[in-house]
Design a protein around this ligand. Structure first.
Ligand code: R5P
Length: 341
């Protein structure tokens, strides 16, 4: 108990301007105040930031989602990490609930940047000794960070929200094969629901085509729980709903960790009578005009607070991942067996 008080007493949490509400929520869970930041702009548009409390010999956590305007939020994050490091912080932690650049994770066209890797390098360069983030676009992006990184999940929040419902006529749908494992974990935790994944081809930023279904056939199911890592402009989820309707699915619950809802994505979902509910988390700030009645926002503040607490006390964060049925909790590996797929 004393160790806990001392650890929390020597920590500071600061928020960038992207999502102070979530930072405040994390602090409320930890039972500490959110430290202030002076945020100004010079007349030539350059940023001026000042941390409002001493950080000398403190464990410093900077909370910043890389939501729009992404470039401004990144520069703020780099500056705050740099300030903490150069002002004598004992440890400097970047808490990034939404890492938008995780989608730029491969060279799939000539002369482009793998920006997810570049930004990870810049964070380390700016002073981050440790990163905490959530549901990266692909799990491999975790490896782009060359400092210790906790890649957290919002799955327990979704499981808590959906469990206890009658899901007997439901198929869990990942619109993308790359996200099928996460959808399978959700389906397993909800009692072993069937899972199907879309073979998706992205034509442009706004247009995708779903070629076929892989896994359980959605045909015969009246309800689909469409689960993805994020909804940006909605092209993916709209195409998934269109293709599922062709299979006879009548009602849809749409769930995603990162509710970016660019353009008219949320308004369009709100206008679709077959969509009964849209469930997301608060990794991305959602302005009041986008909070339509069928949108439900689950908070991940408790997940980040618990991960911070575990880090301060030198404890495993493993319990934050242990939400699946007990019999699958321990996975024995044969010696030498690779996990590659
Ligand atoms: C892509 O592969 C992701 O899993 C999401 O499906 C994608 O980021 C969603 O973007 P949008 O809503 O713009 O289609």
């Amino acid at each position: 108990m004393q160790q806990r008080q001392e650890s929390l007493g020597m920590m500071r949490v600061f928020s960038g301007s992207s999502h102070p509400e979530l930072a405040q929520g994390i602090c409320s869970h930890l039972g500490i105040p959110l430290s202030p930041v002076l945020h100004q702009r010079f007349s030539d548009d350059c940023l001026y930031l000042q941390l409002g409390h001493t950080v000398r010999n403190h464990d410093v956590f900077i909370v910043q989602s890389i939501s729009a305007p992404t470039s401004d939020h990144l520069i703020e994050l780099f500056m705050m990490l740099d300030i903490a490091r150069s002002a004598g912080a004992r440890s400097v932690h970047a808490v990034i609930p939404y890492y938008s650049y995780a989608r730029s994770d491969k060279k799939d066209a000539p002369r482009i940047s793998i920006t997810a890797r570049l930004m990870a390098d810049l964070m380390r360069c700016a002073g981050a000794q440790h990163v905490m983030t959530m549901t990266l676009h692909s799990p491999q992006v975790h490896g782009f960070f060359s400092v210790p990184t906790d890649h957290l999940t919002a799955l327990p929040c979704f499981v808590d929200y959906f469990k206890g419902r009658d899901l007997s006529d439901t198929v869990v749908v990942s619109p993308d094969i790359g996200h099928a494992k996460r959808a399978t974990k959700l389906a397993t935790a909800l009692g072993g629901l069937p899972v199907t994944a879309g073979n998706k081809v992205r034509i442009s930023d706004t247009r995708v085509i779903l070629r076929e279904w892989v896994g359980a056939r959605p045909k015969g199911r009246r309800h689909a729980l469409v689960f993805d890592d994020e909804i940006a402009n909605g092209g993916t989820v709209f195409e998934a709903i269109r293709a599922l309707k062709d299979e006879g699915v009548r009602h849809f619950t749409v769930a995603c960790t990162h509710g970016v809802f660019a353009g008219r994505a949320i308004e369009t979902l709100a206008e679709m009578p077959e969509v009964v509910e849209v469930v997301t988390t608060d990794t991305v700030p959602i302005p009041p005009h986008k909070r339509v009645p069928k949108l439900r926002i689950l908070s991940v503040a408790g997940v980040f607070a618990e991960a911070i607490r575990c880090n301060l006390l030198g404890r495993s964060v493993g319990k934050l991942f242990a939400f699946w049925p007990e019999e699958e909790e321990v996975e024995e590996l044969e010696p030498g067996l690779q996990h590659a797929e």
